[in-house]
Design a binder for this molecule. Structure first.
Ligand SMILES: NC(=O)c1ccc[n+]([C@@H]2O[C@H](COP(=O)([O-])OP(=O)(O)OC[C@H]3O[C@@H](n4cnc5c(N)ncnc54)[C@H](OP(=O)(O)O)[C@@H]3O)[C@@H](O)[C@H]2O)c1
Length: 283
């Protein structure tokens, strides 16, 4: 069985490629990405292809049985067509199974909706394409909050519009383990799973960061409008709107959903106690 992982130059794609190598052997895993120099460290065959080119994906998918497709990043408008290029090339090359990394969330209620919709449309396109499929809807990565710690220390606060909403957070490493099981095991075919750990509030996140980094961060909830304005001023129209939309979705309860992680991975998701202790202990 030959497995391929797209966007293997990125954080999630490279994490999944590493887990897939452990599971299937490096000779059976092929990485596909737009910037091969960023994926050389994986030590596997790397093929170059951009989501915007069906022709490049036609070449890249020769001999592949199981294909893990990472959702494209950036502007949501072209994403569905980009993903469709991959689906069409997979059909042409006789790929048997597609595993797709989607996202949790509601397509209706926030500035984040266009991204959710692009993922839901791709999910439908995969379902109707006739492949065996397995779809994961990812929780929110917790790593960016840890990487942001120096800025949080300067500010003394975590400010956003999530309010009391809880977030099904996860890590790329935990997702990688689950996706490798979804690639491997037929029992996951035809399933859509929410993937994340325990859902926590922003106050709980602040407590974990305080325990880990000996800080006294305080969580401050602001209105959606105020947060959006501030994020756009800092990050520009597109990224500011997306970030504000994510926290608006959290406020709406869209990320406070049950996780199917244990069912998929055959073990529990790492607990936040364990995760933050490992950071504190430098592991
Ligand atoms: N759940 C969350 O909290 C969360 C947060 C952020 C993003 N996401 C979504 O999850 C996906 C994976 O996350 P990540 O951590 O791996 O993001 P990442 O580290 O930013 O990597 C994004 C990957 O997408 C690739 N890519 C972007 N446009 C492409 C194109 N036109 N053709 C081919 N490859 C393209 C990039 O290739 P290059 O290396 O060539 O740029 C890179 O490999 C993202 O793409 C996004 O859809 C989820």
């Amino acid at each position: 069985m030959k497995a391929a992982v797209t966007a293997c130059s990125g954080g999630l794609g490279s994490a999944i490629a590493k887990e897939a190598i452990k599971e299937f052997g490096s000779e059976n895993v092929i990485g596909i990405c737009r910037t091969p120099s960023k994926a050389e460290h994986l030590g596997i065959e790397i093929r170059r292809a951009d989501y915007s080119s069906k022709e490049e994906y036609d070449d890249a998918l020769k001999g592949i049985d199981v294909l893990l497709v990472i959702s494209a990043s950036g502007n949501p408008a072209p994403r569905v067509a980009m993903h469709q290029n991959v689906i069409d090339a997979a059909a042409k090359n006789g790929v048997k199974k597609i595993v797709y990394t989607s996202i949790i969330g509601s397509p209706e209620k926030s500035e984040f909706s266009d991204i959710i919709i692009s993922n839901r449309v791709t999910e439908e396109n995969i379902k109707k394409s006739g492949f065996d499929y397995s779809i994961g809807r990812n929780g929110i990565y917790i790593e960016p909050d840890v990487e942001y710690i120096e800025q949080y220390k300067k500010d003394g606060t975590i400010i956003n519009c999530a309010g009391e909403g809880k977030t099904l957070y996860t890590t790329r490493g935990e997702l990688a383990y689950a996706y490798t099981q979804m690639m491997k095991d037929e029992k996951h075919n035809g399933q859509i799973y929410n993937l994340g750990g325990e859902a926590i509030s922003q106050n709980e996140l602040a407590e974990y960061l305080n325990k880990t980094f000996n800080t006294n961060l305080v969580y401050e909830a602001v209105s959606v409008e105020e947060y959006k304005k501030e994020r756009i001023a800092e990050l520009g129209e597109f990224m500011g709107t997306v970030i504000a939309g994510i926290y608006e979705s959290i406020r709406n309860g869209d990320f406070d959903v049950d996780s199917h992680y244990e069912k998929v991975a055959g073990r529990k998701h790492i607990s936040w106690d364990e995760y933050f202790s490992s950071i504190k202990n430098g592991k």
